[in-house]
Design a protein around this ligand. Sequence first.
Ligand SMILES: *[C@@H]1O[C@H](CO)[C@@H](O)[C@H](O)[C@H]1NC(C)=O
Length: 149
Amino acid sequence: MDVRTGFIVLFCLIGLTRADPVKYVDCGSVTGKVEVVDINPCQSQPCQLHKGQDYSVNVTFSSVVESQTSKAVVHGIIAGVPVPFHISKDDGCQSGIKCPIQKQQFYHYLNALPVKSEYPSIKLVVKWELKDDNAKDLFCIMFPVEIVG
Ligand SMILES: *[C@@H]1O[C@H](CO)[C@@H](O)[C@H](O)[C@H]1NC(C)=O
């Protein structure tokens, strides 16, 4: 394999594993500012989530407050109705964030989005919030997904 082919192969591999920024709506981040939202793997938008697979969520944000704690609250909005969605780890301080959270600091919030095989094949909107000490949203994002078989 020559150098040129090597580079092409390398770029293709990066293309397959790279997390693409997801189009999201900010639903009221108060004490922080969202920079990038990555769901991996997500090749198309809205992200197609296959049953039985885990997806990684990576929200890059900056904080405008200090906070000892951070707690994630996740809802699936199905036909306009928010349904609480259970994630195994709701402590943001155990999800890639080093606490206490400092002012003017950037953080990568990392978690998994498990898609159980018993979920129905529907389109829904995921609403993901991360709350600070005062239960204010460090971030609040909404992004559409489609659960497929
Ligand atoms: C999270 O996303 C940011 C911005 O895209 C990136 O710099 C960082 O490496 C990602 N972290 C992980 C663990 O994927």
